[in-house]
Design a binder for this molecule. Structure first.
Ligand code: MG
Length: 239
């Protein structure tokens, strides 16, 4: 499959599509479990934290701040209040450190954006906390490639429909690229847009859905972001 024009706009998810994200959460969860190891097993901590994360999504939304609050809540609940102030302080430091880490781009991202920017309008379309995502875009150094940055609290079909309406785009001229079937692919396909799934090495359990039945003609699954270039018409340029 290739995407000749009239595709006008290519939207990229950010976390685990443009840069490394989930591995940071996995690492902090390991450190959190180590901090609570005197009280609880690794499995009990992971289970409790996942439950709190998902339960808190409608209240806190996505992102590192929400994750930090869920870690604190989990630590207090699972230790029956025995967690110390010093240990809570350590959890807050873990969260703050996540919010200021250097952004590590995934392989090939800059090359792909360099190759597409002249012929397509490029968009970032990401879920998450506004300040956190804006800060990551700034730290990534990729801001100049994107004509539009959309930071949303959820990626549902209505979310995509509203964004396309706002930019005067038809679904058949829009492609969404991302690592999450649940957030990036299925809702985009549902409104008639094209979608490219590039699975990440590590994906949060809440974002995982079965892909066995994705047979949409507008759907493409690739192994890495560089393969995106095989599916768009871009003139060969020699630098
Ligand atoms: Mg993502």
């Amino acid at each position: 499959m290739s995407f000749p024009k009239p595709i006008s706009t290519i939207a990229f998810d950010a976390d685990d599509t443009l840069w490394v994200n989930q591995p940071h959460y996995d690492e902090v969860e390991d450190n959190f479990a180590a901090l609570l190891s005197a009280y609880l097993s690794r499995e009990a901590v992971s289970h409790g934290l996942y439950e709190a994360d998902v339960r808190n999504l409608p209240i806190f939304g996505y992102g590192a701040k929400a994750f930090m609050l869920s870690m604190i809540e989990t630590a207090i609940a699972l230790t029956d209040g025995r967690i110390s102030g010093k240990e809570i302080q350590r959890i807050i430091e873990m969260g703050k450190e996540m919010l200021s880490r250097p952004v590590q781009l995934l392989d090939g991202v800059r090359h792909v954006l360099d190759s597409l920017e002249e012929d397509y309008a490029l968009m970032v379309l990401t879920k998450g906390d506004l300040l956190d995502q804006e800060s990551k875009i700034a730290r990534s150094g990729l801001g100049r490639y994107f004509q539009t940055v959309e930071i949303v609290s959820e990626k549902k079909p209505e979310t995509y429909r509203k964004i396309l309406d706002r930019h005067g785009l038809q679904p058949d001229e829009f492609v969404m690229i991302g690592n999450s079937l649940r957030s990036d692919i299925l809702p985009a396909l549902e409104i008639g847009a094209c979608a490219i799934h590039i699975p990440a090495d590590s994906t949060w359990a809440h974002e995982q859905v079965s892909e066995a039945n994705v047979t949409d003609k507008n759907f493409l699954k690739l192994d890495n972001i560089c393969q995106v270039l095989d599916h768009f018409e871009t003139p060969i340029r020699h630098s």
